[in-house]
Ligand binder design. Sequence first.
Ligand SMILES: [Zn+2]
Ligand SMILES: [Zn+2]
Length: 252
Amino acid sequence: MRVTVLGSSGAYPAAGGAASGYLLEHDGFQVALDFGTGALANLQRYVATSALDAIVLSHEHMDHCLDLYPMFIARYFVAEPLPPLPLWAPPGAFDRVAVLEDDEGREQMRGVYDLHEVEAGSEFEVGPFRFSTRLLPHWVPNSGMRISADGAVMTYTGDTGPSEEIETIARDADLLIVEASWQDSDLASGKQPFHLTARQSAEHAKRAGARRTLLSHFWPGSDRNLSREQAAEAYDGELLLAQEGMAVEVRG
Ligand SMILES: [Zn+2]
Ligand SMILES: [Zn+2]
């Protein structure tokens, strides 16, 4: 499978960038994994809005799902009606975005998506991909995902604090995409435990035995090279820094 970074910022898009989003491709099937602020703009570099096969969301925070709204606009105002776009999301996430519309608009938006609400901990299949999820600690329910296709395994944390469950879903993964919102100095300042520092991300990757690790979900404006340095002290596998447009082939 192949994964392309659509957005590597946490919270809000850094200058010229986008919040969380990844395009996952295998056997001609294209899935957007998270769909945060700005992800739709970058998605269209690779796939037309009418051609995307599915969207899967980790949690309801807007930096992971806000672009469901412009995607609704893009797929609603077309000459020929499109089939509803399969959307796999935690319960309530779709409604958090749909409230942007009035009653009539919400009804139209529901018609644009084929919504499957899935609790963290469930397993499901989307095209050629098998998703196995776990609840990871965040302010709201967040599904960490182990995604497999044809023997290749990719793990995506969404947003999370430290948790042994990360190691469960990332065990021996060919690629781990892990959030690295913070740096050592943020931890020292006593922030709440619902994100990871780059070093904590790397420590989890090491314990899981992940072969390659892609750090992402950086706080806008933060020094990503410092994140890399702090992570590298705790992990000796191949360490990658997410940036918009970067593509990684994931092989088993
Ligand atoms: Zn986030
Ligand atoms: Zn979040």
